[in-house]
Design a protein around this ligand. Structure first.
Ligand code: C2E
Ligand code: CA
Ligand code: CA
Length: 281
């Protein structure tokens, strides 16, 4: 019994405990935080590599928390998935992004960027997804073709048929579907052929290796992988965007490889909607 007591004390880790308390607080305050307007969206440009034209903008959520300060999505998206709060939060993100897209649509017409919105796995399985999207598009007046939804491989390659049906319905409405972080998850290429997908977004981890040279030769392998993913996407009739483009050399290299678009700090960091507006003015 004595050693049991010791073991318990040894298990108490104050840092871990503080993290648990923070997680609990975040999860408990999330619903009210949506009401209070503590979330906001930054937008990061998606740029056509051949001519540097802005073609789209990815909406990235942030939480201005009264106690913890500015929180990046890594701090709360996973948590929101676990608790199911990702569904109301995701609805808010979609509506807010479309509200902004409508402003750009009115101001820039055909030159307006499409808006790209991340969908968590749980949202992709939500039975009201298609109705929610249709409603938001109707209410905000955004053309369906100006909305892109980004899903991870695990969200689209699921075993159940429902998400696939939802994607088909969205695609039939004219909404674009992109696979996010492509190459990092479980990909069934045979299955990919039958998916209503329009765009592959190549994960930044592959782009990182596209520097001039590395001592271990890894740059050659990475360039081949990216080249293969681009060929694959084009063979399937899909567009390709490279994520995490940080240098001009990478942007050039990607353009040479035939990649369609890029996103990353080399073009612009995620920022307020004004950044996009300025790029178009
Ligand atoms: P993601 O969808 O892969 O988004 C791209 C992330 O890469 C963003 O991080 C962006 O700030 C970062 N990034 C952009 N350019 C560069 C670059 O050149 N170099 C590097 N190192 N990083 C770059 P962020 O904003 O922290 O978002 C992290 C993740 O959180 C996102 O990854 C996405 O999975 C998730 N997320 C963000 N917003 C939402 C949302 O509204 N809903 C859902 N479900 N997930 C979201
Ligand atoms: Ca994304
Ligand atoms: Ca991504």
């Amino acid at each position: 019994a004595k050693s049991d007591g010791k073991a318990k004390w040894a298990l108490f880790d104050p840092e871990r405990n503080a993290r648990e308390v923070a997680r609990f607080t975040l999860s408990a305050t999330m619903p009210a935080a949506i009401e209070r307007g503590e979330f906001y969206l930054d937008y990061q440009p998606l740029v056509r590599l051949s001519d540097g034209q802005l073609v789209g903008a990815e909406a990235l959520v942030r939480w201005r928390h009264p106690e913890f300060g500015l929180l990046a999505p890594d701090r709360f998206i996973g948590l929101a998935e676990e608790t199911g709060q990702i569904v109301p939060l995701g609805r808010w993100v979609l509506r807010e992004a479309c509200r902004q897209a409508r402003l750009w649509q009115d101001r820039f017409g055909q030159r307006a960027p499409f808006i790209s919105v991340n969908l968590a796995v749980r949202q992709s399985r939500d039975p009201s997804l298609v109705a929610d999207v249709a409603k938001v598009l109707a209410e905000t007046g955004v053309e369906p073709g100006r909305l892109q939804l980004e899903l991870t491989e695990s969200a689209v390659m699921g075993t159940a048929d429902e998400p696939l049906d939802a994607l088909r319905a969205l695609s039939a409405m004219g909404v674009r579907i992109a696979i996010d972080d492509f190459g990092t998850g479980y990909s069934n290429l045979a299955y990919l052929r039958h998916l209503p997908v329009h765009e592959l977004k190549i994960a930044g981890s592959f782009v990182e290796g596209l520097r001039a040279s590395a001592a271990d030769g890894s740059h050659v392998v990475d360039a081949r992988i990216v080249g293969t993913l681009v060929s694959l996407a084009h063979a399937l009739g899909l567009g390709v965007t490279a994520e995490g483009v940080e240098t001009e050399a990478q942007a050039r290299r990607l353009d040479d490889i035939g990649c369609d678009s890029g996103q990353g700090w080399y073009f612009a960091r995620p920022g307020p909607p004004d950044q996009i507006t300025r790029l178009l003015s």
